[in-house]
Write a protein that binds this ligand. Structure first.
Ligand SMILES: [Cu+2]
Length: 143
């Protein structure tokens, strides 16, 4: 006959509580996903980016081009595109205030003034505003 050790409910609860506390105490040091194409939080836009400095190095001002499509895959023209960014683990923002300076057509927008001053995990949050919708996309990247 096989004997099994049965975990009692009380010790199981204790273990789950310990694991939950450990998870709360430790912030992740790196993002799980560094995709360059992301669907916006409310599903209104699909946004991707290319950088005009490749690879990105720190302390160099450069430009990004964002490509914005509707959920149906049509290029989004005449949007207002705002960017903020920062390092989630360090709790600070970008050292510059990037501006969308040019609508390049076909849903492409030139963002000038991008600069990173530290290596590590950065988040870039893009807000897209059109006559119909406002929605936000967050990109994670590691330098
Ligand atoms: Cu930092």
């Amino acid at each position: 006959m096989i004997r099994r050790t049965i975990t009692t409910p009380s010790s199981l609860t204790g273990l789950v509580t310990l694991l939950a506390l450990a998870a709360m105490a430790q912030q992740p040091a790196a993002p799980g996903n560094t995709d360059t194409e992301v669907t916006s939080d409310n599903g209104r836009f699909i946004v991707s980016y290319e950088t005009r400095l490749q690879p990105i190095v720190i302390n160099r001002i450069h430009s990004w081009v964002f490509h914005i499509e509707s959920a149906q895959g049509e290029a989004v023209e005449d949007a207002q595109v705002d960017v903020i960014g920062g390092m989630p683990v360090h709790d600070h923002g970008l050292p510059t205030l990037p501006q969308a300076t040019q609508h390049l057509g076909s849903g492409n927008y030139l963002m000038e003034g991008m600069k990173f001053h530290m290596n590590g995990w950065w988040q870039i949050t893009v807000t897209v505003i059109t006559a119909d919708a406002t929605d936000t996309v967050t990109f994670d990247l590691v330098l």
